[in-house]
Design a protein around this ligand. Structure first.
Ligand code: C2E
Ligand code: CA
Ligand code: CA
Length: 689
């Protein structure tokens, strides 16, 4: 029997197959990432239905494209079976494709099963015509059609596997291409299967009340195409919902992280730390296992931050956080409280000695500086340690006491550690009171300047005076600069206080000048914090102008240690001050580690030898004298005057004189005194000359 093909219907069948293939590729890639089991099943079922209908209608159109010269109808039950097979195959295909990992063995097995399903569907569909006599098949072509089905299945599954792993970019064209290949394979199989069929002459269709193809093709195709498109659309919508849900998830995850972690170092933050300690107290309290809270604060961090900028400061904090974690056990908690404050909780403590060992080895490693993080940094923490339960039974008390101990460690000389001791509490309260008082000291007149004279080496002629700050606390009384300058420095208050000092010194100087008391050159101390203020000189110049004092009457003292910390910057500052007409002195010389190269570049007016060396003239015998002699020679060779501080005895004065020291400052010749007392004496001192 002669049969013929309708080309437009063939093309339509390929298009439908392509759409169905695209749908399955799209769905499988989405189903892969679905975690929710119910949603996954729903999508598998819906997708299988749409795709099965697609393949099946392709088959249906294909049958129609193939027209026999006799009337053909289809047995509804057998047709339904073939549709069922199509849906089943689709479900299976989707299920296999949507597996995250598909090994080759499994892929091959699945492809064979799929191929069997496709062939089954096709040949059942053919059987639905119930031809009399039965259709004869050419075995070669049947085999070929089966082969095509297998190859198509393998290709489809491996393509889906690759596409699922591929990145989202450029996925659409790839998917379309794969879908087209799949469509050609599927329809190819179909038409090969059709070609394999031979209808003997005189065959008739045995179906009397069946589905006739003629009027059905268009509506069925339309419905199926719509079904596929709707499946695709809802799959896309579901995906974008999912993405939205995903980003909401991510956001809330981020918020949880934000609330629990310190964003800079990614360490637990204060809140998480407190909760963590609370948990340890709850858990270990029952067994009375002690643990230690280590409170640390980086020495010199503020200077880094102020001079090198916040970005550099952040890098230092991050590097420090990393190092800290490397120094403790994984099970110990490391947290950042903010700023340069870190806390480590060491639990399951065997003994107090164990903490000592841990802290000492930590500090030693920090000092060593053999780190792989590429940041060379000089910051070492001061550590305060509070032990549970003896130093506190609650989180708050433990943290507070560890903080107090840390403060003691700082006072003891930085880069070291202290265990909390209840006697420290009083010290801490005192520090707090002093600091609070400093806030109001300028407005309440609790600050005063005292003036200490500086004499020529013979101890007779007045050469100038140094302004020294005095602070009388309303409750604690007179507080020595040794105590409060450090507190003002750490809290940053020193900047305002320093400004007050400059203004007050200028005011006093001007007032003396107006009363014809003098002439007098006044020295003012600058603190490290002040020195790194970018607008320091500008501020000083403003004050000087307002108070109508000539810069030439002022000298600024910078301690050697501070000058050397960032020597390059100090050189600039010193030169800027000198350009503006001020004199500069290096204070406490001999206590820091000067480099001769920089001393040369500083080119300051005066070098003030620390009182320690002056005492050494009496106590250290010849060696003491040799040191002072060397310093004086060095200073003179660099064109600087030398001032010896802390001169208390006549022998010291004599020795200094014989060593060619230029100026003398000390209790022997004049203690620091209030302005009025100084003014009374100044006439006498000047009269000597
Ligand atoms: P400094 O700049 O080295 O000041 C000299 C210190 O030695 C003063 O201590 C002074 O009273 C003391 N002194 C003077 N002669 C003798 C002596 O013969 N024997 C002994 N044992 N000591 C003597 P003071 O006034 O207690 O000040 C201590 C430190 O506080 C100062 O050391 C300075 O570094 C700082 N300081 C004082 N006033 C200010 C200020 O206005 N601003 C800043 N930034 N620091 C200040
Ligand atoms: Ca000084
Ligand atoms: Ca000094």
């Amino acid at each position: 029997m002669q049969s013929s093909f309708d080309v437009s219907l063939v093309v339509l069948s390929v298009l439908v197959a392509a759409l169905a293939s695209y749908t399955v590729l799209d769905l499988s890639s989405r189903i892969v990432s679905m975690r929710d089991g119910r949603r996954r099943t729903a999508w598998l079922l819906g997708g299988a239905l749409a795709m099965g209908a697609g393949i099946w209608s392709m088959h249906f159109i294909g049958m129609l494209a193939f027209s026999l010269p006799i009337h053909v109808a289809y047995d509804p039950w057998i047709t339904m079976t073939s549709l069922g097979l199509a849906v089943g195959v689709s479900y299976f295909a989707l299920h296999v494709m949507a597996r995250p990992e598909l090994r080759y063995r499994r892929l091959l097995g699945s492809a064979l099963l799929m191929a069997a399903g496709i062939c089954g569907m096709h040949y059942t569909g053919m059987a639905a015509m119930r031809m009399l006599p039965g259709i004869e098949y050419r075995p070669g072509l049947v085999l070929l059609s089966i082969l095509i089905a297998v190859v198509a299945s393998v290709a489809a599954l491996s393509a889906a596997r690759c596409l699922n792993k591929a990145s989202a970019r450029g996925l659409l064209p790839k998917r379309v291409a794969v879908a087209c290949v799949m469509a050609v394979a599927i329809t190819g199989m179909h038409y090969t299967g059709m070609a394999a069929a031979r209808f003997p002459p005189g065959s008739i269709c045995g179906v009397v009340h069946g589905l006739s193809t003629q009027g059905l093709v268009l509506p069925v195709t339309l419905v199926v195409v719509l079904l596929l498109i709707m499946t695709l659309l809802s799959s896309w919508m579901d995906a974008s919902n999912q993405r939205l849900e995903g980003s909401v998830d991510q956001l809330s995850g981020q918020m949880v992280r934000l609330a629990a972690l310190d964003m800079l170092t990614e360490l637990p933050n204060r809140r998480t730390l407190m909760e963590g300690i609370e948990r340890i107290i709850q858990a270990e309290g029952a067994q009375q296992e002690p643990f230690a809270v280590l409170f640390m604060d980086l020495d010199g961090f503020k200077a880094i931050n102020d001079s090198l900028g916040h970005a550099a400061g952040d890098e230092v904090l991050k590097a420090f956080a990393m190092r800290l974690q490397q120094c403790v056990r994984k099970s110990d908690m490391v947290a950042r409280l903010g700023g340069d404050e870190f806390v480590v909780v060491i639990h399951q403590l065997r003994s107090v000695e164990a903490v000592t060992r841990i802290v000492e080895s930590m500090l030693a490693r920090m000092r060593e500086g053999n780190w792989r993080d590429g940041v060379s940094l000089q910051v070492i923490p001061s550590v305060g340690i509070a032990l549970y339960p003896q130093d506190g039974e609650s989180v708050d008390v433990l943290l507070k006491n560890a903080d107090i101990a840390m403060y003691e460690a700082k006072r003891a000389g930085r880069g070291t550690y202290r265990f909390f001791d209840w006697s420290m509490n009083q010290a801490a309260t005192r520090i707090l009171k002093i600091q609070q008082g400093l806030h109001e000291a300028t407005t309440h007149g609790w600050f005063k300047l005292h003036y200490q004279p500086k004499f020529s080496a013979d101890g007779r002629r007045l050469q100038g005076a140094e302004a020294l700050l005095r602070y009388t606390h309303p409750e604690l009384g007179v507080i020595s600069p040794q105590e409060f300058i450090g507190i003002a420095e750490r809290s940053g208050l020193i900047v305002q206080i320093g400004e007050w000092v400059v203004r007050e010194a200028c005011r006093q100087l001007r007032s003396w000048q107006l009363q014809d008391i003098g002439p007098l050159k006044l020295a003012i101390n600058l603190s490290p914090r002040q020195l790194i203020q970018p607008d320091l000189l500008q501020g000083v110049l403003e004050i000087v102008k307002q108070e109508a004092v000539e810069p030439a009457w002022l000298m600024f003292e910078i301690t050697e240690t501070v000058a050397m910390q960032d020597a390059a910057h100090t050189v600039e500052t010193i030169h800027a001050f000198q350009q503006a007409g001020f004199d500069v002195a290096i204070d406490d010389f001999g206590t820091g580690y000067s480099s001769l190269a920089y001393l040369q570049r500083f080119r300051v007016r005066q070098l003030k030898i620390d009182g320690f060396f002056t005492q050494g003239l009496d106590a250290a015998g010849e060696e003491g004298e040799a040191i002072v002699s060397a310093i004086i020679a060095l200073a003179h060779s660099l064109g600087m005057d030398v001032v010896a501080e802390g001169v208390e005895t006549a022998t010291q004065l004599e020795k200094l004189k014989s060593l060619q020291c230029d100026q003398i400052q000390g209790y022997l010749l004049g203690r620091p005194m209030p302005a009025e007392a100084f003014a009374e004496k100044i006439e006498g001192w000047l009269a000597v000359a």
